[in-house]
Structure formats: C-alpha cells, structure tokens
Ligand binder design. Structure first.
Ligand code: DP6
Length: 361
C-alpha cells in the first residue's frame, strides 16, 4: 500500500459525539529498529513478538465543536489529567491530521491506563500509540463503514508508526515485521505486517518474562538514541546486519531451531547496546544487574541445556525468552536466582499475544 491509500475517503455526516475503546499490547523486537530517517522511516527492517499482558487501554470520547481548526483534547492517565504527555500527543495529531481530518472537528477526551506498574521502565509508547491509533481508526470506520479490514489495520499501523516507530508492530499478533526488505513480500517502511512466512508452533506460545532491573528515567531517550545513528561510525554495517538477520531468521522461525534463534536474538540485543556505547556522545543503559542477569542466564543455559535467552530494549530491563514447555523450570530459576537483581524484586510474566482488541464499553 502507498501513502495515498491512507488519505481519507468520503466521510458520512459526522456524528455529534461518540466513544471508542481499544487495548493494545507492547511488543519485543528480535531484530531491532535503531536509526531512522524523517518522518519515522526506519533505517533497517525489524521484527517483534507481540506481547499479551503488557498493554495499554485507551478510550477516546469525541464531541463535535463549532470551529474547524485547532486541535483540542484533554488527556487523563489513570483517571487524572496528565499535562506532560500532551505535547507528544499534540505533535502526533499534527503529524497525522492529513490522514484523519476529523481530528480538527471534535474535542477529544483521551483516557489511558497501562496494565503494567507505573514507571516500571517499560516503554508505554508502543502500546500507547497503538491503542490511540486503533481508537482513531474506530472513529474513521464509523465515518467510512465500507473500509476494508486490511486497510483498517494497515492504516492503524501507519498512524501508530507516526507516533512511535515500534508502535506500528503492536496492532497485530503474533509476529510483526516492519521495514521494506526485498525478500519479504509486502514488507513496507510505512507500516508493520504480520510475518508472512512459516513460523514453527513453538513460537506461538513463547514466554517473555520482563525483569524490571531499573525503573527510573533513562539517561538517554530512544528518540535521541535513534538520532545518534546519523554519522555513527558503524551505522552502515549495523543496518546491513539487520537486513541479513531477517534473512537468517526465516529458516530458524520455520524449523524452530532454538539454538540458532538464541544466537541471533542475543547478538541483536548486544549489538543494539554496542551502538549506544559507540555513539558520540556515548552512553550505557545497562546496569550492573543487567550484566549479572545475562551472565547467570548463560551459566544456567550451559548447565541445564534449557533454551532460555535474553533480549534488551533501550533500557536496563531484561526480557527473558523461553518456550512454554520450560515454563516451570525457568520461572523457578527466575524466582530463586534472578529476582534479587530486580528493583523491589519485580518482574512480569508475559508471552506472545495476538494484537490489539476492541473493548466494548
Ligand atoms: C530499542 O519506537 O521507541 O525498542 O520511533 O523514536 O518512538 P521512536 O522510537 P521507539 O524505538 C524503539 C527501539 C527499540 C528497538 C525496537 O523496538 O525495535
């Protein structure tokens, strides 16, 4: 699909008011997105597991207003006004209003909450922007009921991407690929697609336990980190590596070869952090406990042969990935050996999920 296809069709008469509620999950990248061009075009393709438990639920209520111009909205987080989130939403609305012009015709009340603990260090931008985009597409669907299902989802992902890149991978499940790649049919820089190749059933129920190592504010935001890939000495090689890792992943996902899966996923995580350490200015988002956990995972894997591996986001928290069949063993290991490295002993058991859902209010 092209950008033109996301421009609005002919709307029916605008209703006076209404409300839409959607829940969208977070996602965890296996091949990482790190580096972008304007506007929100990834420097390399990425792929992620859609998660299930970690999610944002957002309601958008809309009331027609007299003027047809300025954007107008209130934002509530956990039921309370949240002024500091507003500039990000305002920028997002400005960016997408060409595609959803009804934005100028209503006053919106956006109510949002996360399933995961507040300030857990889990990025809520992916699930948050995905949930908000689904709500806006819900409004668009009432104005244009004949809209096809595939366009609805592709446009939701397109809008979400303009809010936060990784958010475009949180619309669908269970594996979403984003970024044009010559060997992946229908792949696009503009939106995420459901991974189109064979995926071994072991991955459909894969588990992800998120170890909350550090819950405070990160020293460097993802937005700044992405920018530091411009003129980065290793950028070109890194982008090439991501392209080839997507090729390498294809037979691994089809066969369920966990040994090769682990090598690729852990290498991607460490490469992401290596890019941060070799940026100018350079920075480190891992904490001593992040490294303690990684070492313990390696030790555990070599002793038990249980295919447990880690991946990292742009932060200190560790995502532990493992097959459902090893759930009991791994969860005991986490409780007995890894919980001590988590802030307040906190971690979240999650797993592969199926994408955003509408909540009937
Ligand atoms: C390290 O999607 O948060 O999690 O597009 O600036 O909002 P923006 O960045 P964001 O970057 C996420 C980067 C990552 C890797 C990934 O999810 O692919």
């Amino acid at each position: 699909m092209t950008e033109k296809q996301f421009l609005p069709g002919n709307y029916l008469d605008l209703p006076k008011s209404g409300k839409a509620t959607w829940k969208a999950p977070s996602n965890i990248a296996l091949v990482k997105y790190w580096g972008k061009k304007p506007v929100q075009i990834p420097a390399n393709p990425s792929i992620s597991f859609t998660l299930d438990t970690c999610a944002t639920t957002t309601s958008v209520s809309f009331d027609k207003k007299e003027d047809n111009g300025a954007l107008s909205f209130d934002l509530l987080f956990d039921g309370k006004p949240k002024e500091d989130f507003k500039p990000k939403i305002h920028t997002f609305f400005e960016r997408i209003r060409e595609y959803v012009p009804f934005l100028g015709k209503y006053h919106f009340t956006i109510e949002t909450s996360n399933s995961f603990p507040h300030s857990s260090g889990i990025a809520s931008s992916a699930s948050g922007m995905a949930a908000l985009s689904m709500c806006l597409m819900d409004v668009e669907k009432t104005l244009n009921p004949s809209m096809a299902e595939n366009l609805f989802h592709a446009k939701a992902s397109y809008l979400a991407r303009l809010g936060s890149g990784s958010a475009c991978r949180s619309i669908k499940g269970s594996m979403v690929q984003w970024g044009a790649h010559e060997n992946i049919p229908n792949s696009s820089d503009l939106y995420g697609i459901e991974y189109p190749f064979e995926v071994n059933s072991v991955f459909n129920t894969f588990c992800d336990t998120i170890l909350l190592v550090h819950k405070g504010q990160k020293q460097v935001s993802s937005t700044v980190g992405h920018q530091l890939m411009h003129n980065h000495p290793y950028a070109d090689n890194r982008f090439q590596q991501a392209f080839s890792n997507l090729d390498r992943l294809k037979p691994i996902l089809a066969s369920g070869d966990l040994e090769e899966f682990i090598k690729l996923v852990e290498s991607e995580a460490l490469t992401l952090h290596a890019m941060m350490m070799t940026s100018m200015p350079y920075f480190i988002l891992m904490k001593p406990d992040t490294l303690e956990i990684i070492n313990k995972v390696w030790e555990y894997r070599s002793e038990t042969k249980i295919p447990l591996c880690f991946t990292l986001d742009a932060g200190a928290n560790v995502h532990l990935l493992y097959p459902l069949s090893e759930k009991e063993n791994v969860r005991k290991f986490i409780k007995d050996n890894l919980a001590e490295h988590c802030e307040n002993g906190q971690y979240i058991h999650d797993g592969v999920g199926s994408g955003a859902i509408k909540i009937n209010s």
